[in-house]
Design a protein. Structure first.
Length: 157
């Protein structure tokens, strides 16, 4: 424990050496979600959540891939067919499943009303958590779980 306080980690490596080795200068992470029908998913995210399509392959028709953006959030969607062609070892896998996307937003009530109006599948209704957020969870059209959360601990402007 004493060596750790003097600038070394428990393995005897200087902490600044670890920082040099692990600094990757990451700029962002954009999930690429695998779906059965990219067109259907793209429309769902546009209509329910207000995303805008910024790229697609091909440009028109039946999409194999799209990239959507809303404010500072970017999502990519790729067809299962195209994914399995690139990585055949994933044949037989199903889209959706255990991926959960957590959206930190400023106006929870607005997105909640849109979701309710569109009859989106709510998994957990709107609630306030013990850690100070107001949130709800819904499924998208492919079974991915989306949590929308608004911090309630910040002072109002």
């Amino acid at each position: 424990m004493g060596a750790y306080r003097q600038g070394f980690n428990p393995n005897g490596i200087r902490n600044n050496e670890i920082e040099k080795r692990t600094a990757m200068n990451m700029k962002s992470v954009t999930p690429n979600l695998i779906v059965e029908d990219v067109n259907k998913t793209t429309e769902w995210y546009k209509e329910i959540l207000g995303f805008e399509m910024i790229m697609s392959v091909p440009e028109t028709g039946v999409f194999d891939f799209t990239m959507l953006k809303l404010d500072n959030v970017t999502l990519m969607f790729q067809s299962m067919k195209g994914f399995v062609e690139a990585l055949p070892e994933y044949k037989g896998q199903k889209p959706g499943g255990t991926v959960l996307l957590y959206f930190d937003i400023l106006d929870l009530d607005k997105i909640y009303k849109k979701a309710k109006k569109a009859k989106a599948e709510l998994v957990v209704d709107i609630n306030t958590t013990f850690y100070g957020t107001k949130e709800f969870t819904m499924k998208d059209c492919d079974g991915y779980l989306l949590i929308f959360a608004e911090d309630q601990t910040k002072e109002s402007a």
